[in-house]
Design a protein around this ligand. Structure first.
Ligand SMILES: Cc1ncc(COP(=O)(O)O)c(C=O)c1O
Ligand SMILES: [Zn+2]
Length: 391
């Protein structure tokens, strides 16, 4: 029997239909069919999914599905959509545990416990399921490594050919993993932005579907399950603070969308504050935030151990700033000289993470030491990438 509250929620939000959901340009508002292989607007703007009604209540979680597709009701797919079954590897449902038992409010979500050892599997599983639904045979993607690992694995599983572009200097282990999944690797000289340009060129020449975690809105539908999981695991006792590493913002925006939906359907009472962490050597969003600007200007990457968040020109910078500000959040920097120490500390506590994840922890702990007296409630930090992936 459904509770009165759940029945009410369902009545208010209604149903949804994947095939009729449109892409909408964040710059000019033009709409496109989401069943096409377009990846950005003709004006150059990035695309979002048009808002769609969510039908979600705790009773609608598919309790016997041990992957993020247990939240199918909250995803932009029809109820009878089942192509995800060809794709899923049980991603999601990662543990939430205290980093140290003496501080039960400081929690880690161990999001490297994923099929390819990073949180990017959330986005890749949903993106590739959608790509399969629209008949994609070959994908192209560029990344600092982890998203490339995820897309390579899920594309391979779905029977698609795959080309992954990474910048020179990417961890050898990530490159090995990408090729192990059958993808063709392109190591590009120059910056992360040069890598993105090379992938785009291949897409524009008709080389394949751009399965980009930066551009493709379905990726963010996958990362939004981070919020639904937290809601389910903490039984609605939402953290006061979500600490989130930010480069291109896939986890940050996904979490924001997820919690916003939970707020809109009345399942939570307030949004967690987002404290976003950038690398000291490459912090364009931090800079814009501190300067009170609404958009992000490209910076020069002066070098950082946190390769996963070293994005000098984030395409969704404006949206990231809006999301952080909407939660009364904050953007902080991870001190470069604390990353190795943080990695060792987390390993002592049992968590072997990659440097980008250690940077998230280092950044937050520096902030926490100065501000903990003003903080109450639960703080949740994601451990996004496994240590075995780093050289
Ligand atoms: C381990 C790790 N943490 C955090 C991030 C940041 O994710 P995003 O660039 O989507 O903000 C990445 C991205 O590759 C990553 O690999
Ligand atoms: Zn446009």
């Amino acid at each position: 029997m459904k509770s009165k509250k759940e029945t009410q929620i369902k009545k208010v939000v209604g149903g949804k239909n994947n095939m009729s959901i449109k892409y909408v340009c964040t710059e000019c508002g033009k709409k496109y069919d989401s069943t096409t292989q377009i990846f950005r607007c003709e004006c150059g703007g990035v695309l979002d999914l048009e808002s769609f009604p969510i039908s979600f209540s705790p009773s609608e979680i598919i309790k016997n599905e041990w992957s993020l597709f247990r939240y199918l009701k909250a995803l932009p797919f029809e109820d009878d959509f089942d192509l995800w079954k060809d794709v899923t590897m049980g991603e999601g449902l990662t543990p939430i545990v205290p980093i140290d038992r003496n501080n039960p409010n400081l929690l880690a979500k161990v999001d490297y416990m994923m099929p390819t050892l990073s949180f990017k599997d959330r986005g890749a599983a949903v993106l590739i399921a959608q790509a399969k639904a629209i008949g994609v045979k070959k994908v192209i993607q560029d990344s600092s490594g982890n998203a490339g690992n995820s897309i390579a694995a899920y594309a391979g599983r779905a029977g698609m050919a795959c080309d992954i572009y990474v910048p020179e200097g990417t961890s050898e282990k990530k490159i090995k993993q990408i090729t192990a999944h059958g993808a063709k690797i392109h190591v590009i000289k120059g910056t992360r932005e040069d890598t993105a340009r090379a992938a785009l060129e291949a897409v524009e020449k008709g080389g394949g579907f751009y399965a980009s975690h930066v551009y493709n809105p379905f990726f963010y539908q996958g990362t939004k399950t981070y919020a639904y999981e937290i809601y389910e695991q903490l039984k609605g006792d939402v953290p006061e603070i979500l600490v989130i590493p930010v480069g291109n913002g896939t986890l940050l925006l996904g979490s924001y969308y997820g919690f916003k939906e939970l707020l809109d359907v009345g399942l939570i009472k307030k949004m967690p504050r987002i404290i976003a962490v950038q690398a000291e050597g490459c912090a364009p969003i931090y800079k814009a935030f501190k300067e009170g600007r609404d958009s992000v200007e490209e910076v020069t990457n002066s070098g950082t151990l946190a390769e996963g968040i070293a994005i000098a020109a984030p395409k969704r910078g404006k949206q990231i700033l809006e999301a952080v500000r909407a939660t009364a959040g904050e953007i902080i920097k991870a001190p470069e000289d604390k990353i190795v120490e943080a990695r060792e500390y987390l390993a002592e506590k049992g968590f072997y993470v990659e440097p980008t994840t250690a940077a998230t922890y280092a950044g937050f702990m520096t902030y926490y030491k100065e501000n903990s007296s003003r903080m109450c409630g639960k703080i949740l930090i994601p451990l996004c990438g496994a240590g075995l992936k780093a050289n």
